[in-house]
Write a protein of this length. Structure first.
Length: 255
């Protein structure tokens, strides 16, 4: 049996800047395939900026620049002429606030595939059921797929947004505080979905909820003021952190 863990992402000496301000400082870490990496840290620690380097969403911001390397399956996604559109299909993203499109649940899910030229009804019907099921929302909406996605609850909207990402058949799912503002039941359903989804996808979860990272992440990284302070197996990081800053943050003594 091959026990070698394949890395989906390898980040090497990554520095990121907005104008002249250095937001990320010499980040080095590997993201194993088919695991959940949780990223924790106080506000302003660079968590979201880091996440957005992985699908080049920061490129849409003025005055953003970076140096270092971000390798996806061994290929640098910042090299000249890299297919950024293709990258964002491979690396999908769910944001903190759910943003369903102003159309039916069904059309929300198939919107991306239709843009990619997929219009076979049988294929789309199957894709809708598969994606909504994987997002743990199919049983709640299967009889009202023509209902506007805007009429769903906040938790349902977020799971619909997750289904919309899954419909693009990505390899990696990035989540930027996906349970922010959601009730405990909705949060639990998203966490349940992520635990199942990691069998097929690599998942990177930015969260301000340490207990969420502890519940669902295989490994957890602690960021502070743009630096990666510590990364370890989640159980180890939360029970026996190696860095004083990590321990202070986890125990609530962070100043």
């Amino acid at each position: 049996m091959n026990t070698t863990m394949k890395n989906k992402f390898e980040i090497k000496n990554l520095n990121a800047y907005f104008s002249k301000e250095k937001i990320l400082k010499s980040i080095n870490l590997d993201v194993p395939a088919n695991e959940i990496l949780g990223i924790i840290g106080p506000a302003g620690s660079g968590k979201s900026t880091f996440l957005r380097t992985l699908n080049r969403m920061n490129d849409l911001e003025q005055n953003f620049s970076l140096d270092g390397n971000v390798l996806l399956d061994g290929e640098d996604i910042y090299k000249a002429n890299y297919d950024v559109v293709g990258l964002r299909k491979r690396v999908g993203m769910v944001f903190a606030m759910p943003v369903p499109l102003p159309m039916s649940i069904y059309e929300n899910v198939v919107y991306g595939p239709r843009l990619s030229g997929k219009n076979d009804k049988k294929y789309l019907d199957e894709l809708v059921e598969k994606s909504l099921s994987a997002a743990f929302i199919w049983d709640e909406v299967k009889d009202r797929l023509k209902l506007s996605g805007l009429r769903l609850s906040g938790g349902q909207q977020q799971r619909l947004c997750l289904a919309r990402v899954l419909a693009m058949e990505p390899e990696v799912i990035l989540l930027d505080e996906p349970c922010s503002g959601l009730d405990p039941i909705s949060t639990s359903k998203i966490e349940d979905a992520l635990t199942v989804l990691k069998k097929e996808y690599t998942i990177i979860l930015v969260t301000n909820n340490n207990m969420q990272a502890a519940r669902v992440s295989d490994k957890t990284a602690f960021f502070l003021m743009g630096e990666l302070i510590e990364m370890a197996e989640t159980k180890q990081l939360f029970t026996a952190p190696q860095k004083t800053e990590t321990n202070d943050y986890i125990t609530g003594r962070f100043g």
